[in-house]
Design a binder for this molecule. Structure first.
Ligand code: GLC
Length: 834
């Protein structure tokens, strides 16, 4: 028993044992025997701290501190000293927070108690356990598997109960539940990744556990190549470790999983509120190569009445792929084109990759100013590191320095002046061509010059996994400096824990195949559980060309995802919604239109995410943590179903390559078919149909919707619709603001809460006060009550009849009430029989 062998997967990556670039997940089992592991299992001394406990094991120090009643930090220092207390992920404020604790020691353990947790370390062997105050074990070391070091490499082993489940770690491959799988964290350009590919683009070393209805979160804050194993290598044990850096992890207590996400956001930050237009339909490809072609796409989207907001320019708009240039042959009138596109209500997002073309003596401003400011990453001998990427030989900014990030941010000034609305930071793992490791050599030197860190040089092993995040941070902070009152929109491919503060993300180079459509659901759900709630997958798939039905199904599903961006690679066929003829296009249009109708609901969910850390798309267990008798996550019984916001359940076929019927398992309570208004419950048998994506609304929800528009610039004409699905705890809300500026922070927003109650005689509906200074576009409400089983209704507003209120019962038992907006009202709706 015990960890005498060392897991060597990271070294296998650097040494590129596999030259293909795709590292199969089963490499995670590679181990080597080690001569003398250093094992932390000897108790030498202990002392109480005001916020925790410190234990010595010969020269090693183990500290467990409470940052708050429900957030613990565990750190280990070797050779008698603690490592530097700095982090790219966790804010200084959170790291320096402290909760007072009550020391609790006895003959066999030392430890303490907070307002909600108890920590014990065994004197016998340093076994660490964390329980709630009722004694339920939340996390404990695996007995006989102490923390073990092999030189710089170390590993932590935890007991893995048979009925515990694991979620998070960003958009890693595999099933939603990480149980039985293992993963490497090493940001990797994974073109055409497949279901067995690991690692891929991001490293987000955070996971949630769900055990008998109780959740905790674990952030292993280590930027080096690290790995996680959930019982794949040794059954009954999960483990995590790294190839260097500090042993530093946080345990975040729920027990409700939403609370875990909230506390994780307290540690690593919330995503900023994205601009409203980024929730519109986005059309991209690698590449719209000329101004003429981009204008054609814009014109066709409007002519075909495909609601849309954003067009993308990929690398070919640049001169020879050089970032921050424009090919004036292909785009002769760049600013004029952007101006014209804005007239058509389009926004433009351009790619700005991080690699700067290595062009001495060419008056290429990013290179000359970068060299002048000493802004590029260096080789050990002090020369600038040059690697090949899209522009050919390229140099790489030192994003770990504040001054370099400031310089990078300034590079956006011209694009901002020309009217570009958002920026796309790609290739920032960083991807480097023609090297066996597909990235910088590990000896490359990075200078750290950053508040909180000691000023020092680190090699690429330490910085690799945060490089992409710091690239997107430089962009985000730069954009805010250039346009201080505009919300930046940055899309990044690589990132690390905390990267949600700076950028939205997408899942990289997926394929136009049915299994990739299925993969988008667990990938986006786990991203959301890892802090990245603003995310998307290339709609239609990047590599290859989708069959007509597949593109249609993909557009249907993406309607209910945070980012809805159609994108494809250079050599593939056209992939815009109109390809494949009018029948397919009309289905696609219908779904995109539905997304626009649902924008008030989607935007309200987005705002909730930016306050609470709860993502827009959610696994079912997040909303229904107590839905199963034994507390297992409901999602294990309902593969590929998910929630869009808190109230809409989306149920795509788990295996879209089969045509058989499938079961949808609804969470407890009543639901309504979103498309037909019919009340449903329990398990439903669904026969797949090309033009139907099953969606259900929770009984007890009120969903704000708007009249159809062709873009988010357009002011909706007509009432704000409140789709009301009667049921228990019936409520809903709407959040609105101007959609682009930061004025909402100064009170220019609007929030209205709605509630309803089913009574013996009908329904009581409450429309709350308008909170905030923002004046909405609607003058009227149209409340649509689903499942109304009377022929008509008698409506009282604030107890009186009012001529301004109209009611009618339409198709699908839908009662519609219309009345003026503007003040708090209470409606009483009674059955009125014929
Ligand atoms: C990478 C990106 C892809 C982009 C291409 C060209 O493969 O992941 O989205 O289109 O580079 O810039």
């Amino acid at each position: 028993m015990g960890p005498t062998r060392r897991i060597i997967l990271c070294e296998m990556l650097y040494l590129s044992v596999f030259s293909t670039g795709a590292f199969a997940a089963n490499t995670a089992h590679a181990t080597v025997a080690s001569a003398s592991p250093y094992v932390l299992n000897v108790f030498t001394a202990a002392s109480n701290l005001s916020n925790g406990v410190q234990v010595k094991s010969d020269e090693a120090i183990i500290e467990v501190r409470a940052l708050s009643d429900d957030v613990l930090r565990v750190r280990v220092g070797l050779n008698g000293k603690m490592p530097e207390d700095a982090s790219w992920a966790v804010s200084t404020e959170a790291r320096q927070s402290s909760a007072s604790v009550s020391a609790e020691s006895n003959a066999s353990t030392v430890g303490f108690r907070t307002g909600s947790l108890r920590v014990k370390i065994a004197r016998k062997d340093l076994h660490l356990s964390i329980t709630d105050l009722e004694g339920n074990v939340l996390q404990e070391d695996a007995p006989g598997w102490p923390v073990t070091f092999h030189d710089q490499n170390f590993r932590v082993y935890k007991t893995m109960p048979d009925d515990e489940h694991y979620f998070g770690l960003g958009d890693k491959m595999g099933a939603l539940d990480r149980r039985g799988q293992s993963f490497i964290q090493w940001n990797t350009d994974a073109y055409k990744f497949q279901e067995s590919t690991d690692p891929i683009y991001k490293s987000i070393p955070f996971f949630l556990t769900v055990h008998q209805g109780r959740s905790i979160g674990v952030l292993f804050d280590n930027t080096w190549c690290s790995s996680f194993d959930f019982g794949k290598q040794t059954s009954g044990i999960y483990s995590f470790g790294a190839d260097g850096g500090a042993l530093d992890y946080y345990v975040v207590y729920g027990p409700d999983p939403k609370r875990v996400l909230n506390r994780y956001a307290w540690l690593t930050g919330l995503p900023p509120l994205p601009p409203l237009w980024s929730f519109g339909f986005q059309q991209s490809r690698y590449s719209y190569e000329t101004e003429k072609r981009l204008r054609e796409i814009a014109t066709k989207l409007r002519a075909d009445k495909i609601p849309s907001d954003v067009l993308y320019l990929d690398i070919d708009f640049q001169q020879q792929n050089r970032p921050f240039t424009i090919d004036s042959q292909k785009f002769p009138n760049f600013a004029g084109m952007i101006h014209d596109l804005r007239q058509q209500h389009f926004r433009l997002v351009t790619i700005t990759d991080l690699h700067i073309a290595h062009l001495p003596d060419s008056n290429y401003i990013p290179y000359t100013t970068g060299i002048a400011g000493d802004h590029f990453v260096k080789n050990p001998d002090g020369s600038v590191f040059v690697g090949t990427v899209w522009p050919g030989p390229s140099v790489f900014p030192e994003f770990t320095r504040q001054s370099t990030r400031d310089w990078w941010g300034q590079l956006y000034a011209n694009f901002i002046a020309e009217g570009v609305s958002g920026f796309w930071n790609d290739m920032n793992e960083p991807s480097v061509f023609q090297t066996p490791t597909m990235t910088m050599p590990i000896e490359t030197q990075h200078r750290i010059d950053e508040p909180g860190f000691s000023k020092r040089t680190a090699n690429h092993l330490e910085i690799h996994n945060v490089y992409g995040m710091e690239n997107s941070r430089a962009t985000y902070e730069g954009l805010l400096k250039l346009s201080p009152n505009q919300r930046p929109f940055v899309l990044t491919r690589a990132s690390y824990a905390g990267g949600q503060r700076y950028a939205a993300t997408w899942t990289g180079d997926n394929s136009s195949t049915r299994n990739h459509l299925r993969l988008t659901v667990p990938m986006l759900l786990n991203l959301g559980l890892s802090g990245f709630g603003m995310s998307g997958a290339d709609v239609g798939g990047f590599a290859g060309t989708p069959q007509p039905d597949l593109l249609t199904k993909w557009i249907e599903l993406a309607t209910f995802q945070p980012i809805d961006r159609d994108h494809t690679e250079k050599t593939s066929a056209d992939q815009e919604p109109w390809v494949h003829g009018p029948e397919q296009e009309s289905i696609r249009r219908r779904y995109i239109e539905e997304r626009y109708r649902l924008l008030p609901y989607l935007y309200t969910a987005a705002e909730e995410m930016t306050r609470t850390g709860v993502p827009i798309v959610r696994p079912l267990f997040l909303e229904f943590p107590a839905a199963t008798a034994d507390g297992h996550p409901l999602d294990l019984d309902t593969p590929n179903q998910f929630l869009f916001g808190s109230d809409l359940l989306v149920a795509p076929f788990g295996f879209p390559d089969e045509l058989d019927s499938y079961n949808v398992v609804l969470p407890p309570g009543d639901w309504f078919d979103y498309w037909t208004g019919k009340k449903v419950a329990g398990t439903l048998k669904i026969q797949p149909q090309l033009d139907v994506l099953p969606v259900y609304a929770r009984a007890g929800s009120i969903i704000p919707m708007q009249p159809l528009t062709q873009s988010t610039d357009e002011i909706p004409q007509g009432p704000l619709t409140l789709r009301l699905y009667p049921g228990p705890n019936c409520s809903g809300s709407i959040y609105q603001d101007d959609g682009t500026t930061l004025n909402y922070k100064k009170g220019d927003y609007l929030r209205v809460n709605f509630s309803c109650e089913v009574t013996d005689s009908g329904l009581r509906i409450h429309v709350g006060v308008m909170e905030g200074n923002y004046h909405p576009w609607w003058k009227q409400y149209a409340v649509q009550v689903a499942g109304w089983d009377s022929d008509s209704a008698r409506v009282l507003i604030d107890g009186k009849q009012d001529a301004n209120v109209t009611s009618s019962v339409g198709a699908n038992h839908m009662l519609t009430l219309s009345f003026p907006a503007g003040r708090e009202v209470e409606l009483q709706v009674n059955h009125k029989l014929r």
